[in-house]
Ligand binder design. Structure first.
Ligand code: PEP
Length: 252
């Protein structure tokens, strides 16, 4: 059994209003409290404006709350952005950075993602750094190259297993209902761990959690979470329903 504790992380994206956040976070908190000891960590990442609602709703449940993004600067003239200190102040322990939707919608480069991750780490947050190839890149046989160069470019030097989580999210699998085969997922995860070792050393890489993301759901999560180098999931659609997300967690 792996020494890495499974992390089940929900990325709510830009979905739901405060009442939905309360119901979802509260419903998961009830399940966690009733379950007692569990063999996984649970993280929910609501829209920034609903973080406080979610933090209040999960009090005492052990569920962690994270941001979906953060700015690389501590404060200043950055209209619409959220700083790492604001996330911490609101009760977050983690921040997702470099999600493919942000890389695409906001033209985030590896350097920007790295700066955001470094800011999160420096503030004491865990940076959940997302990487993954597009369908075109996969079809061109560039899957490993792309993920290798994103690890090299997006992971800050000096990252540790304690302040870093990697999420491998093939862009073509996000929200599509399609996933790579289990063998393909394991191959990429093992490769990512090797690339991470070049950057942060064998010891830290061996302890770092690498999540799979992209259409993980109650039906496929048992097999995906059983793969040797898959240490959890970053889950979009299936994290928006208490029962679905809870079933994924039960498959850890
Ligand atoms: C995501 O956006 O991080 C994600 C994995 O979404 P989905 O689970 O809906 O594919």
């Amino acid at each position: 059994m792996s020494a890495r504790r499974t992390l089940i992380a929900g990325n709510w994206k830009m979905n739901g209003l405060a009442a939905d956040a309360l119901a979802l976070a509260g419903g998961l908190a009830e399940k966690m409290k009733a379950a007692g000891d569990v063999n996984f960590d649970m993280l929910i990442c609501p829209p920034a404006i609903q973080i406080s609602v979610a933090v209040a709703a999960v009090q005492g449940s052990g569920i962690q709350v994270g941001g979906q993004d953060n700015h690389w600067n501590a404060s200043g003239a950055h209209t619409g952005d959220t700083s790492v200190n604001m996330l911490k102040d609101a009760g977050c322990s983690c921040a997702i950075v470099g999600h493919s939707e942000r890389r695409t919608d906001h033209a985030e480069t590896d350097q920007i993602v790295k700066d955001k991750a470094a800011a999160a780490q420096a503030a004491g947050l865990i940076a959940v750094i997302c990487i993954g190839e597009t369908e075109e890149q996969r079809d061109a046989g560039k899957t490993l190259d792309v993920n290798g160069s994103q690890i090299a470019g997006s992971v800050p030097d000096g990252s540790t297993a304690a302040n870093t989580v990697i999420a491998y999210e093939p862009v073509w699998a996000i929200g599509t209902g399609r996933t790579p085969t289990n063998d393909e997922v394991q191959e990429v995860h093992a490769f990512i761990r090797g690339e991470l070792a070049k950057k942060i050393g064998d010891n830290e890489a061996a302890k770092t959690r690498i999540l799979y993301g992209g259409s993980m759901n109650p039906g496929n999560s048992k097999d995906l979470l059983a793969l040797a180098d898959v240490d959890g999931g970053l889950i979009g659609g299936a994290s928006l329903k208490v029962d679905d997300f809870w079933t994924v967690a039960q498959n850890a």
